[in-house]
Design a protein around this ligand. Structure first.
Ligand code: NDP
Length: 234
């Protein structure tokens, strides 16, 4: 069955892997992008999740092109790492505004139709940082932990309407975000991963695709780590 899917941050990294995987499964997939061009073969809508009007406009375009969003994956996210004593208020709020408030803007806009349709899937990309905390990521970890509370509350709100809301918490994943770290920083993190390597974006996408599938109908409000065993016990 072909569903209308929107992946925020779907123009690269984990979001792109999710978009390609769901597209290969037959879904009609749209992705947000901020600067062009959008990826080949996917319907791109320009959207900065920090801008509520842009989010609304992006949904209007997706609805016109492929119908109301039935599966929403929120992958748009940024880091801006520094120790708390050097972290300006803007360093903190800009990360929270993108990762947490940006996701609020998107799920709020999507919820309208999902509630009417009495069916649908929301998958939110958090991070193992939400559970473990990371030196230099007070802003990022706070935003990613906030997403878990948001998703679980939304899971309860939407469950009576047959909509599931789940969280995937990747560990270090081989994308531009990980490439921004130094080799030394990556080696240090990999040293703490039982499976001894980073995830590929597609390994995260597989889990997202499962949670978005019809088969996952009885799973809601969960947080699934995809982290090579790094966050075991959290
Ligand atoms: P990338 O840096 O490769 O991609 C980030 C994506 O988010 C891009 O598509 C980017 O769009 C988009 N984005 C950033 N800010 C905005 C914004 N304001 N509005 C719209 N889109 C935006 O990162 P990943 O693919 O690795 O990360 C995807 C998600 O996974 C993020 O939420 C991240 O926090 C999370 N994650 C990543 C991990 C990793 O190790 N890579 C580990 C754990 C979680 P654009 O191209 O326009 O910049």
């Amino acid at each position: 069955m072909s569903r209308s899917v929107l992946v925020t941050g779907g123009n690269r990294g984990i979001g792109l892997a999710v978009a390609r995987r769901l597209g290969a499964g037959g879904d009609r997939v749209a992705v947000t992008y901020r600067s062009g061009p959008p990826p080949e073969g996917l319907f791109g809508v320009r959207c900065d999740v920090q801008d509520a009007a842009a989010v609304d406009d992006a949904f209007d375009k997706v609805e016109a092109a492929q119908g109301p969003v039935e599966v929403l994956v929120t992958s748009a996210g940024i880091t801006n790492d520094t120790l708390l004593i050097r972290m300006s208020e803007d360093d903190f709020t800009s990360v929270v505004d993108t990762n947490l408030t940006g996701t609020y803007r998107v799920v709020r806009r999507a919820a309208r139709h999902l509630m009417r349709a009495k069916a649908g899937r929301v998958v939110v990309i958090s991070s193992t940082a939400a559970m473990s905390g990371v030196v230099g990521q007070v802003n990022y970890a706070a935003s990613k932990a906030g997403l878990i509370g948001m998703a679980r509350s939304l899971a309860r709100e939407l469950a009576p309407r047959g909509v599931t809301v789940n969280v995937v918490a990747p560990g270090l994943t081989d994308t531009d975000m990980a490439a921004a770290l130094t080799q030394g920083q990556r080696d240090k993190i990999v040293g703490q991963i039982p499976l001894g390597r980073m995830a590929t974006a597609d390994e995260v996408a597989v889990t997202v695709a499962f949670l978005a599938s019809a088969e996952a109908a009885y799973i809601t409000g969960v947080v699934i780590p995809v982290d090579g065993g790094m966050a075991m016990g959290h």
